[in-house]
Design a protein around this ligand. Structure first.
Ligand SMILES: Cc1cc2nc3c(=O)[nH]c(=O)nc-3n(C[C@H](O)[C@H](O)[C@H](O)COP(=O)(O)OP(=O)(O)OC[C@H]3O[C@@H](n4cnc5c(N)ncnc54)[C@H](O)[C@@H]3O)c2cc1C
Length: 415
């Protein structure tokens, strides 16, 4: 009888997730899928439920996708899944000793497991004029709405940074009829993750669409009195603008973890189950840095795929399933009528094989290391990309000549 009473009054465990984004939602959904019987709370600083970020620089910005299409789950899902979502609530500290998170309003929320899915914020420039009105960044819905509203009346947009987001916004803004200049300090666009051939090709595409894309062009500051009216280049040239977008990458939101004494190094350091050094606390998605066995290096991946899968890995570990998280990273980007899909990590490759003709706007670049396929960049070439994903996962060492030969079907590499 006593044992029964003790069982009945055993407190329900609570998994608290900070960050109601792609990764946080994935973890919450996976906990339920695995039959987790505790409470699940998603705490989000933004005033809206979880939504997709990729369209913010693409179809949402160009006006093709409405707001309703951004939500990751319909409102009814949260009730049904018994996931409590607290929007507009920012966590301000973690009290590890007490096992509590303190919100900006001073509320204390206890946890048995804590998942940090805090993503990151758009990097701002530490340059004169960078905080003038008319200077935008793009990471969240509010910023996308502000940028979109400003694009309505603007004629000339200057984008600082030719990474994926900068180039996607350039394409969306050209669709909306704006004049666009893109300024990049590195010697090629998308330099951090794309191969030189792909960078050069995308650069030419943008120029073909009328974008004034300049590489090796560091910026000295933003000009203007009450509002941004241009960008000053390091060489003294001035470029006029009605609107400036700083697209200079992401700063991972590690401050909560750092203040709580958890190890961070451009990301919260986690193991193969997304666990920090505190076994109750996990970190997932854009904010997490982990060792990727497949590539033998430490990575912090900024992609929807990683946010979803690492969220699942953390949920599995909380449910007692300790699998090693070792994904083949993948990512996509839409610019104009082009779909770029990248599988794997290119860095370190010692051979590149081209399949298809870039002139035709449809080709794939396969990257090999010691004969093994480690990455593929595919432009409007879904079969090549999909096959490559599986080949990388399997550790395939395809014959480069056959890979190049378009008369050999990609499925032939999978058998
Ligand atoms: C414009 C844009 C385009 C993109 N395009 C692509 C693409 O084409 N393909 C692709 O694979 N990926 C793309 N990405 C990247 C992808 O969206 C991210 O990798 C993914 O959203 C990461 O999910 P996350 O949950 O880790 O972080 P996020 O989605 O950023 O979610 C983190 C959430 O945590 C909240 N938060 C932070 N701190 C606190 C706190 N203290 N208290 C409460 N809440 C907090 C934030 O407000 C945010 O809502 C794009 C990103 C952007 C911004």
């Amino acid at each position: 009888m006593q044992a029964l009473a003790a069982r009945q009054f055993k407190p329900v465990p609570h998994t608290l997730i900070i960050g109601a984004g792609q990764a946080g939602l994935s973890a919450a959904a996976e906990l339920r899928k695995r039959g987790y019987e505790g409470d699940v709370t998603l705490l989000g600083a933004e005033p809206v439920p979880p939504y997709q970020r990729p369209p913010l620089s693409k179809a949402y910005l160009s006006g093709e996708t409405p707001l309703e299409r951004l939500w990751l789950k319909p409102a009814a899902w949260y009730d049904k899944a018994e996931v409590t979502v607290k929007t507009g609530v920012r966590a301000s500290a973690i009290d590890r000793a007490a096992g509590e998170v303190i919100t900006q309003d001073g509320d204390r929320l206890g946890f048995d497991h804590l998942i940090l899915a805090t993503g990151g914020e758009a990097r701002r420039l530490d340059l004169p004029g960078a905080d003038l009105p008319g200077v935008h960044v793009l990471r969240n819905l509010a910023e996308a709405n502000a940028l979109s509203a400003a694009l309505e009346s603007a004629k000339r947009l200057v984008i600082i940074g030719a990474g994926y987001i900068g180039l996607e916004v350039a394409a969306s803004a050209r669709k909306r009829g704006l004049e666009v200049a893109v300024l990049e300090a590195a010697d090629r666009p998308m330099a951090r993750t794309a191969s030189p051939l792909l960078s050069g090709w995308f650069g030419a595409v943008h120029r073909g669409y009328g974008v004034d894309l300049r590489v090796s062009t560091p910026v000295a500051g933003v000009t203007g009195e009450a509002k941004a009216d241009g960008v000053a280049l390091a060489d003294g040239e001035m470029i006029s603008a009605d609107l400036v977008l700083v697209a200079a990458g992401l700063c991972a939101s590690t401050h909560l973890a750092e203040a709580a004494g958890l190890a961070c190094d451009d990301g919260i350091l986690v193991d193969a189950q997304a666990r920090t050094e505190d076994e109750r606390i996990f970190a997932i998605g854009d904010v997490a840095r982990f060792h990727l066995p497949r590539y033998g290096r430490s990575v912090r991946l900024e992609s929807v795929h990683n946010a979803i899968e690492q969220g699942k890995a953390a949920a599995a570990a909380i449910c007692g399933v300790e699998a090693v998280y070792d994904p083949v990273p993948w990512f996509w980007s839409d610019q104009y009528e082009l779909k770029l899909q990248i599988a794997g990590l290119i860095e370190g490759a010692d051979q590149m094989v081209r399949r298809g003709d870039p002139e035709e706007g449809k080709f794939a670049l396969f990257h090999l290391l010691n004969g093994r396929l480690i990455a593929c960049e595919a432009v409007n070439s879904a079969p090549e990309y999909m096959a490559a994903q599986r080949m990388i996962a399997a550790g395939s060492a395809p014959d480069p000549e056959r890979l190049r030969d378009q008369s050999v079907a990609m499925r032939d590499f999978l058998s």
